[in-house]
Design a protein around this ligand. Sequence first.
Ligand code: GAR
Length: 192
Amino acid sequence: MGERKKRIAVLISGRGSNMKALVEASRADDYPAEIVLVISNKPDAAGLEFARSRNITAVAIDAKAYQGRAAQENAIHQALVDHNIELICLAGFMRILTEDFVAKWPGKILNIHPSLLPKYPGLNTHQRALDAGDKKHGCTVHIVTGELDAGPIVAQAEVPVLPDDNAESLTARVLIEEHKLYPKALKMVAGE
Ligand code: GAR
């Protein structure tokens, strides 16, 4: 890896458990990235408090405070530029970024998605895997492109679907893997 850690922003909308996993992993001296900025589109996102407790700049950029989506995205873009961000990690960021925004950060945005893409882009992935009778499920880290949940895959982790699973139990099993997969995937991309 290079001598300097890459500067990472994590975008969240809520709990931020994947962001926490990235923050914890990035504490290692030999980890090639550091989380320097957390942005939430929801002012009450629990993850903002966690980030502040670790002395990470954490800001809410709420759609309600801006006239339209382009203005909100411009504010996000400006915050990223102001903090010299090199890579962006979407971690439970439940707002679809426009093609214009993505085009400003080509190959620089990662997302974690709770399914084995290309299966189940979009929402309710766990219930859809159960409804389909899948025997395995999991999570994917991919590069964000203009097409939803469709960019190049960086890494995936699988879990079994057990006979008595419901959406809650399956969600919990996948989340454990997400917390391992995202730090591993960011390490790969930031170390390139
Ligand atoms: C995670 O399971 C993540 O994969 C999912 O939201 C959850 C956020 O949890 N993301 C999506 O569904 C994106 N479409 P977290 O806030 O605790 O990281």
